[in-house]
Design a protein around this ligand. Structure first.
Ligand code: PLP
Length: 453
């Protein structure tokens, strides 16, 4: 008989308040109110330490793509630990899981993204991608080609290089000086940047800005442009369909590498296996993490094209980049059956279908609301943008504390989402079905009504 563990919530909360330093949290508020402690998960559901059930409508942190509680992933991890828990990929060593995973990914990614190095997460993956881009040009005899183009509202992680690429000011405040050599372009965020323009005109204006930037800086100084196919943490910025197809040739014409950050988009979330497939553009370098193991164990990585790999494979140098956990056998051993599940259960298709359903359900409930400025999404990454005034699109004053109010209201209704200061990001496991999507849409609409009542 299964033993159900019981938890002492008061004791856990007290220890948390005394000792755990939480990321992306108001530490003062947590010291006063304590955390919400989750003790169990199954499919789209989480249970807290008092036994209350929630729909995890943020899939952990956009990462639990196959849903919680998959026994086969637990078994894969346990089997690998029994066999051999750790072998590095440094110094020409390897173990079977990273070899098998690299081969599997070469077959999955479009184009000739055929060569992979693994990391322990998204920021490490982007550090790797950015360093490879610079190293590539250095090896090609162009050491001055170092600038990285990124975009405002981009999120690429919080290690120093990835942070410099990140275009959300709140992540930078107090952590300076920033790493030099990064420029941020206008994001393809039509709700706020395309006033008076058709979609084509908007795309043309973004391409013009890119061309002007290249002309001003000189292509000989720019190594790469990094971008999420759909920007996530910045507020789920879904680009116009033609955006990437218009940007990519400009980069190519100026010998600037394209890096796609698939950390959120990858492994099904947008409704295709990879976000890049939604836009028909293959980059030179790709970074990924999150959905590759659905968060069961930490793993990330980068893929590079044949051309980049050839350039890196010089006879006279070692590739002096990598982390202790590059190619961790246990993480890679979990990634393989996780990808099996994503393919077997056709989760990208479900994300496309479920995402379209949830987007329509949110529009149904929220269109015309005096504080809902925009509802947008691609697959199962969605955003409800909340404003002070829909006519002027004025943002709410931060002192209104929208995020804390929406957090309380949505948790009260039994859903976990990610409220931020201008709205709610939604990103459930890709297994979610219609009845739970209706609960999520109702809870979000109810939470927004409550906050403004
Ligand atoms: C697009 C993107 N890139 C990179 C990262 C950083 O990943 P990690 O937190 O695993 O370092 C994130 C995290 O949310 C992300 O959304």
């Amino acid at each position: 008989m299964a033993v159900v563990q019981t938890w002492n919530t008061a004791e856990l909360v007290a220890q948390d308040q005394a000792h755990l330093l939480h990321p992306l949290s108001n530490l003062r508020a947590l010291r006063e109110h304590g955390p919400l402690v989750m003790v169990r998960g199954e499919d789209v559901f989480l249970w807290d330490s008092d036994g209350k059930r929630y729909i995890d409508a943020f899939a952990g942190l956009w990462n639990v793509n196959v849903g919680h509680g998959r026994a086969e992933l637990a078994e894969a991890a346990a089997a690998q630990i029994r066999e051999v828990e750790f072998v590095p990929t440094f110094f020409g060593l390897a173990s079977p899981p990273p070899i098998e995973l690299a081969a599997r990914l070469a077959g999955l990614f479009p184009g000739d993204l055929n060569h992979f190095q693994f990391t322990a997460g998204g920021a490490e993956s982007n550090e790797t991608a950015l360093k490879i881009a610079r190293y590539y040009w250095w090896l090609k005899g162009q050491p001055e080609k170092v600038t990285i183009l990124s975009r405002k509202m981009a999120y690429h992680g919080i290690a120093m290089g990835a942070l410099a690429a990140t275009g959300i000011p709140a992540y930078h405040e107090g952590f300076g000086p920033q790493a030099p050599g990064y420029l941020h372009l206008t994001p393809p965020y039509h709700y706020r940047h395309s006033e008076g323009m058709s979609e084509d005109e908007f795309v043309a204006s973004l391409v013009r800005e890119l061309e002007e930037t290249i002309a001003r800086e000189g292509a000989h100084t720019i190594a790469a442009m990094i971008g999420e196919p759909v920007q996530g943490a910045g507020g789920v910025v879904v680009p116009p369909d033609r955006y990437w197809a218009a940007i990519a040739p400009v980069l190519k014409a100026h010998d600037i590498l394209l890096i796609f950050d698939e950390v959120i988009c990858g492994f099904g979330r947008t409704g295709a296996m990879f976000g890049m497939q939604q836009y028909g553009v293959t980059p030179d370098i790709v970074s990924f993490a999150k959905g590759v193991t659905s968060g069961y164990v930490p793993l990330g990585g980068v893929g590079v094209s044949d051309e980049v790999f050839d350039a890196l494979s010089t006879p006279d140098r070692m590739f002096m980049h990598g982390f202790t956990y590059s190619g961790h056998p246990v993480s890679c051993a979990v990634a393989l059956p996780n990808i099996d599940i994503i393919e077997r259960e056709r989760l990208p298709e479900n994300a496309g279908r479920g995402g379209a359903y949830l987007l329509a359900a949110l529009h149904d409930r929220l269109d015309g609301h005096p504080h809902v400025g925009n509802v947008r999404g691609k697959g199962l990454m969605l955003f409800v943008e909340v404003v002070a005034d829909t006519a002027t699109k004025a943002r709410l004053d931060p002192s209104f504390n929208l995020s804390a109010r929406l957090t309380a209201a949505s948790r009260e209704r039994g859903i976990i989402v990610r409220p931020v200061n201008d709205g709610i990001a939604i990103s459930p496991p890709l297994t979610i079905q219609q009845p739970e999507l209706d609960v999520v849409a109702d809870a979000i609409a109810g939470s927004i009504d409550e906050v403004f009542s």
